[in-house]
Design a protein around this ligand. Structure first.
Ligand code: RP5
Length: 162
């Protein structure tokens, strides 16, 4: 059975960021399929993946890329599935290039763009989980429990760390 969520990324070097999406989905008990799919270096792989993603059974695509980050937008152009884009922090421009590349989509082809880096990867997973939870009451309960645990972990007062 196909995992409900595909995590695609433009390069192996994006995995240090995108693993946080995979880990968050894992913590919520959601199966995900992580793949390297480069819009520039493997365009045929991108076309094959994105055009077949819906028929393959995926429900949501999380796409992370850095620099001239065309992967999320091109994936969104090739599938009707929701695509959440994660701007990976780049060395030269700190991910501002990635963010602008992903967020400024023309009207008609949406990419839900998250924050740069780890926070964006985690939130892409949580957003994808929220989409799936609309039609999965057990997952909805797990998501609520995850958020409660996060709330419970916040101390009332700051502490001096050793
Ligand atoms: C993008 O170029 C990738 O998404 C990655 O963030 C960036 C750099 O890729 P590498 O040169 O590290 O493979 O396509």
């Amino acid at each position: 059975m196909t995992a409900p969520i595909a995590i695609i990324m433009g390069s192996q070097s994006d995995w240090d960021t995108m693993r946080h999406a995979a880990d968050t989905l894992d913590a919520l008990g959601i199966a995900a399929d992580s793949r390297v799919v480069s819009a520039h270096r493997t365009p045929d792989r991108l076309f094959a993946f994105a055009k077949g993603a819906k028929a393959a059974g995926y429900k949501v695509i999380i796409a992370g890329a850095g620099g001239a980050a065309h992967l999320p937008g091109m994936a969104a152009a090739l599938t009707e599935l929701p695509v959440f884009g994660v701007p990976v922090e780049s060395k030269t421009l700190k991910g501002i290039d990635s963010l602008y590349s992903i967020v400024q989509m023309p009207a008609g082809i949406p990419v839900g763009t998250l924050a740069i880096g780890k926070a964006g990867a985690i939130n892409a997973a949580l957003l994808a989980a929220a989409v799936l939870a609309l039609s999965d009451p057990a997952l909805s309960d797990r998501l609520a429990a995850w958020r409660k645990a996060q709330t419970d972990a916040v101390a009332e007062r700051p502490e001096d760390k050793a």
